[in-house]
Ligand binder design. Structure first.
Ligand SMILES: Cc1cc2nc3c(=O)[nH]c(=O)nc-3n(C[C@H](O)[C@H](O)[C@H](O)COP(=O)(O)OP(=O)(O)OC[C@H]3O[C@@H](n4cnc5c(N)ncnc54)[C@H](O)[C@@H]3O)c2cc1C
Length: 511
C-alpha cells in the first residue's frame, strides 16, 4: 500500500496538466513543487497547436480564453526568422492563444484542485528510489524532510530535471550559444520617437524598427503606445538559467555590447531571457519513474514546447490509470515512450530546421531562406508547415502497415446526431472515457464492444461524414481503430484493437 498513486514532481504547465488528466483517469496524484508560489518570471506568452483542440475537447478552453491577454491572433506564426502566414488559408491547420504562462499555470492548478488534486508548494524532492512495487521520494517541506511513496513518479521538473538525472536517463543534444533578452520598457525621456516608428538616441542617431544585425549580434525593437519592445541576441559561452529573472543592468549591458553604445531605457514592464537547447530524453520511462514536458525534451525554437509537453501528459495519464487500476494490457505504459518520443522527435526536426534558418548569414543559408520563402507561398506547403509546427499532423507509429490511415491520428470533431439530440466528438471527450463511435449502426461491432462495456462507452450516431463507419477513440482523443464505408473491416479487427488498448474483455457471464 502506497501513500498515493502517482507523485508528480513540478507544478509547471506539464505537472499541473498531468494532475488534471490523472484525476479524469481515476488516479490520485500528489503534486510536489519546490517554489512556494506560481512564478512571476515571464516565460511563454501563448499556447498554440493541437493542445488547444484537446483543451476544447476537455471543456477547458473557455477558462483559458477568459484568462487570455487578447483574442486569437491571426495565425501568423514565426518559423526561424520567417513567418508562416496562415491567414491565407481557409482551413487553418493550427490556432494560437496569447496567454502568459503564469495565467496558464493558474488555470491548470485551479482545474486540478477542483478535481481533487493535492498540490504541495514549497516541497522539494531531494531523492528518489524505486523497487518493483513502489517509488519513494525524499522531500524537504516547510516542516522538515519526510518520505512519501507512490506506485509511479513523473518528473515534470523542467529542462534541468533532477528526476531525469536520478533515474539515470540520458539527455543528449546540444546547447546553442545564442542568448536572447526580451524586454518591454517605457520609452526613456531622452529618446525621440518619430512618426514612422524610428527612434532617435543621442550619440547613436536614428534606429529603424525591426531586426538589425550588428558585429556583435542582433538588435530588434518596435514602439507602441509609449512602450519600447526590444530584443537582443548574442552568442555567449555563459550558461544561463531561464528561470532566473533578467535584470535591467544585464539588459543594458547586452544592448551596449550589441549596439556599441548606451541605449537609455525607461522603466521595466516585462523582462525575460531565453536560451536554446536541442535535447531529448533517451527513454521517457525508467521502471516506475517517467518524464514529461521540458524534462523530456528541449527544442531550439520558440512556440513548440508547451504544446508538446502538455500533450505528453494526455497520452501518459490514461495509461498510468490503466496500470494503477490493474487492467493495462502488456506494453501499454511503454507505448507512452513510443508515441511521445516520436512526437518529440518530430517537433525537434521542425525546430532544428528553424534554428538552421535563423542562425547565420552565410549566403548558402540566405539562399535556403529564399527557397523556403518561395515554398511557403504555395498553399499546400504552407498548410503542411502549419500542421507540422502545431503538431496537428502527428500520427502515432502503427506496428501494422495495413492499419486504417486514421489509426493513430487525433479524432476529428464530427457533429453527431443521436436519439438524444446533437452532440460532437469534443463533447464525448470531456470525461476522457474511451468510446466506440458507431456511425453505421453495425450490430456486429456493438456485440464485440459490449464485452468491454466496463471500460469503454458505445455511442450510436449519424454524421455528415459519410466515409467512416466506426471509430474507436482512446481517452487522449487519438483513434485506436477505424473502419470505412467503402472498405468495411470485420468485427475481429475491432476485437484485436480493444484487446491491444483496453485489455481483457468482461467474463462472458457479465458481458
Ligand atoms: C522567456 C521564455 C519564453 C518562452 N516562450 C514560450 C512560448 O511562447 N511557447 C512555448 O511553448 N514555450 C515557451 N517557453 C518554454 C516554456 O516556458 C517551457 O517549455 C515550460 O515552462 C515547460 O513546462 P514544464 O512544466 O515542463 O517545466 P517548468 O515550467 O520548468 O516547470 C518545472 C517545475 O518543476 C519544479 N521543480 C524542479 N525541480 C524540483 C524538485 N526537485 N522538487 C520539486 N519541484 C521541482 C520547478 O520549480 C518548476 O516549477 C518559453 C520559455 C522562456 C524562458
Amino acid at each position: 500500500m502506497t501513500d498515493t498513486d502517482v507523485i508528480i514532481v513540478g507544478a509547471g504547465p506539464t505537472g499541473l496538466m498531468l494532475a488534471g488528466e490523472l484525476r479524469l483517469a481515476g488516479v490520485e496524484p500528489l503534486v510536489l513543487e519546490r517554489q512556494a508560489q506560481i512564478r512571476e518570471t515571464p516565460k511563454a506568452s501563448g499556447l498554440g497547436g493541437r493542445i488547444l483542440d484537446l483543451l476544447r475537447y476537455r471543456g477547458l478552453l473557455e477558462r483559458f480564453e477568459a484568462a487570455a491577454s487578447g483574442p486569437y491572433p491571426p495565425p501568423r506564426f514565426p518559423f526561424g526568422n520567417l513567418y508562416l502566414d496562415l491567414t491565407q488559408l481557409d482551413d487553418v491547420p493550427m490556432h494560437a492563444l496569447p496567454i502568459p504562462q503564469r495565467a496558464i499555470e493558474r488555470v491548470l492548478e485551479d482545474h486540478a484542485r477542483d478535481l481533487g488534486t493535492e498540490v504541495r508548494r514549497g516541497h522539494e524532492v531531494l531523492a528518489v528510489s524505486q523497487d518493483e512495487n513502489a517509488v519513494t521520494a525524499e522531500v524537504r517541506g516547510p516542516d522538515g524532510v519526510y518520505r512519501v511513496t507512490a506506485r509511479y513518479l513523473v518528473g515534470c521538473d523542467g529542462g534541468r530535471s533532477p528526476i531525469r538525472e536520478l533515474a539515470g536517463i540520458a539527455f543528449s543534444g546540444i546547447t546553442y550559444p545564442e542568448v536572447n533578452r526580451l524586454a518591454q520598457v517605457t520609452v526613456h525621456e531622452s529618446v525621440t520617437v518619430h512618426d514612422d516608428g524610428d527612434i532617435e538616441v543621442a550619440g547613436m542617431g536614428r534606429l529603424h524598427p525591426g531586426f538589425t544585425r550588428t558585429d556583435n549580434g542582433v538588435f530588434a525593437f518596435a514602439v507602441n503606445a509609449g512602450v519600447l519592445s526590444l530584443q537582443t541576441t548574442e552568442d555567449e559561452s555563459a550558461e544561463y538559467d531561464d528561470n532566473e529573472p533578467l535584470s535591467m543592468a544585464e539588459l543594458a549591458d547586452s544592448c551596449r555590447r550589441v549596439l556599441g553604445a548606451d541605449l537609455p531605457l525607461g522603466d521595466p514592464i516585462r523582462l525575460s531571457r531565453y536560451t536554446f537547447q536541442d535535447r531529448q530524453a533517451e527513454r521517457y520511462r525508467a521502471g516506475r519513474i517517467l518524464v514529461a514536458g521540458d524534462a523530456a525534451h528541449l527544442f531550439p525554437a520558440t512556440g513548440t514546447a508547451l504544446n508538446v509537453g502538455m500533450l505528453d501528459t494526455v497520452d501518459l495519464a490514461w495509461k498510468l490509470g490503466a496500470e494503477i487500476a490493474g487492467w493495462a494490457p502488456a506494453g501499454l505504459l511503454d507505448s507512452y515512450h513510443d508515441e511521445r518520443h516520436f512526437a518529440g522527435a518530430r517537433a525537434r526536426t521542425q525546430t532544428r530546421a528553424q534554428a538552421a534558418l535563423r542562425r547565420t548569414d552565410d549566403p548558402a543559408v540566405e539562399a535556403l531562406r529564399d527557397v523556403f520563402r518561395e515554398l511557403i507561398s504555395d498553399t499546400p506547403a504552407l498548410r503542411r508547415m502549419g500542421a507540422m509546427v502545431g503538431a496537428t499532423d502527428v500520427r502515432y507509429p502503427q506496428p501494422d502497415p495495413e492499419t486504417h490511415p486514421l489509426a493513430g491520428t487525433f479524432a476529428p470533431d464530427l457533429t453527431l446526431h443521436t436519439d438524444q439530440g446533437t452532440t460532437s466528438v469534443a463533447e464525448l471527450m470531456r470525461t476522457a472515457r474511451p468510446v466506440l463511435l458507431d456511425l453505421a449502426d453495425r450490430t456486429d461491432l456493438h456485440e464485440v464492444a459490449r464485452e468491454w462495456s466496463h471500460r469503454i462507452d458505445i455511442r450510436i450516431a449519424k454524421t455528415d461524414d459519410l466515409t467512416t463507419e466506426a471509430l474507436l477513440i482512446r481517452p487522449d482523443a487519438h483513434i485506436a481503430w477505424a473502419t470505412d464505408v467503402h472498405a468495411p473491416t470485420d468485427a475481429a479487427t475491432l476485437r484485436t484493437a480493444l484487446t491491444t488498448w483496453f485489455g481483457e474483455p468482461l467474463p462472458a457471464a457479465d458481458a
